[in-house]
Design a protein. Structure first.
Length: 380
């Protein structure tokens, strides 16, 4: 039976098995039920020199029909290829794509023939028997009659010249199916390791968050009086903005005093010094040199005061601004020279500290401290 007859038989089987496709007017494309090709590791060998011979085949496999080949005769432990001696071989796992299934056999051969020098020694002809299984109405499978497919010719020259039946220039060998399987297995292993590491990182984050929540102390009168730096700096920025707005026509000693109190608080945060906070009593008067921070969301108002001075700070611009505002507030002659520039310096430092003490910065700092604490406990 020639190849043209096999094609007609497969197409007829597909037509009979796929009535639904015929009713919808789907065009059928002529395909070969099975196609195989050889590939050798070398074009020419010496007597007794071993080489590799690879057989790759592609068969049709769709939902409507599939080709079932008989591979028992191709097993490396069974196949005979005289005058070549089969030293061994492997059978890689099949690869499946859309409409096709590929299988591959690798054989290790050697040739011992004293009378074949200078000649092309052909691989003996082999046939693969197969049948076509097609699905009919109702989902049942029908197996067709047994057909045969003659493998293509391949040859190896017993001298270092290219055989006569070589059709192209040899390039780098393609990857074998076994190599593809090894890569897929290695990729799956790396994916599993990545998933485990991701899960472990998630557990660590949860543990750190739990530690941060547990580290919070109970609310007392002292903690209620204590405000976060970002809350105090927000009032400092508001106070300086009011001073600039009210002092457009010139700063007064009272406005200079308010700016000085706000500047000392911002400077304390910039210098890493403490900022005093205390609750405002019922009859407490407003004290000079402190900033009244009004309560919000149920919090009582507090007095905030900075501890930095012109002599204790290392920032020259801040030191000059504090000196200028101190002279403007408490000087006998009440000089207000460069007072506006001093207030602008205080505004700039306040904005810098607001950025440094933002909520995101505080969360990042707490997270890093919790991480360091957990690391110390683990390695302790």
């Amino acid at each position: 039976m020639n190849r043209h007859t096999l094609r007609i038989a497969l197409v007829a089987t597909l037509v009979a098995a796929s009535t639904a496709f015929a009713q919808t007017g789907t065009d059928l494309v002529e395909v070969e039920p099975i196609k195989c090709w050889w590939r050798t590791s070398t074009s020419a060998v010496r007597t007794g020199e071993s080489f590799d011979l690879r057989l790759t085949c592609a068969v049709v496999e769709t939902e409507a029909a599939k080709v079932v080949p008989d591979l028992s005769k191709l097993d490396p432990t069974v196949v005979q290829l005289p005058p070549f001696e089969v030293l061994g071989g492997t059978h890689a796992g099949d690869l499946v794509t859309v409409g096709k299934r590929f299988f591959q056999y690798d054989y290790r051969l050697r040739l011992i023939a004293e009378d074949a020098f200078g000649a092309d020694v052909a691989v003996p002809p082999l046939e693969v028997t197969y049948s076509v299984e097609s699905k009919v109405t109702g989902g049942d499978s029908v197996k067709g009659r047994e057909l045969s497919y003659a493998l293509p010719r391949a040859s190896v020259k017993l001298i270092s010249v290219v055989p006569d039946d070589t059709s192209d220039i040899r390039e780098a060998p393609a990857a074998a199916f076994s190599a593809i399987e090894e890569r897929e297995s290695r990729a799956g292993l790396f994916q599993t390791i990545a998933g485990v590491l991701f899960a472990m990182s998630g557990v660590m984050v949860v543990a750190i968050l739990i530690g941060m929540l547990r580290s919070k102390t109970k609310t007392t009168s002292a903690t209620r009086a204590h405000l976060a730096p970002r809350a105090i700096l927000r009032h400092v920025a508001r106070e300086l903005a009011e001073v600039q707005r009210e002092g457009r026509d010139g700063l007064t000693p009272e406005l200079a005093g308010r700016a000085l109190s706000a500047a000392r608080i911002a400077g304390s945060y910039a210098s890493g010094r403490a900022v005093g906070q205390r609750l405002v009593g019922t009859n407490d008067p407003l004290v000079d040199g402190v900033l009244l921070v009004g309560g919000s969301m149920g919090r009582a108002p507090i007095y905030a005061s900075g501890s930095v001075t012109a002599e204790s700070t290392t920032d020259r611009a801040l030191a000059a601004a504090l000196k200028t505002l101190t002279v403007a507030r408490y000087g006998r002659d009440g000089k207000l020279t460069d007072a506006d520039e001093a207030v602008a310096t205080a505004v700039r430092i306040t904005k810098q500290q607001q950025s440094a003490h933002s909520r995101l910065s505080e969360w990042s700092g707490n997270f890093m401290r919790s991480l360091v604490g957990m690391r110390k406990r683990v390695w302790a």
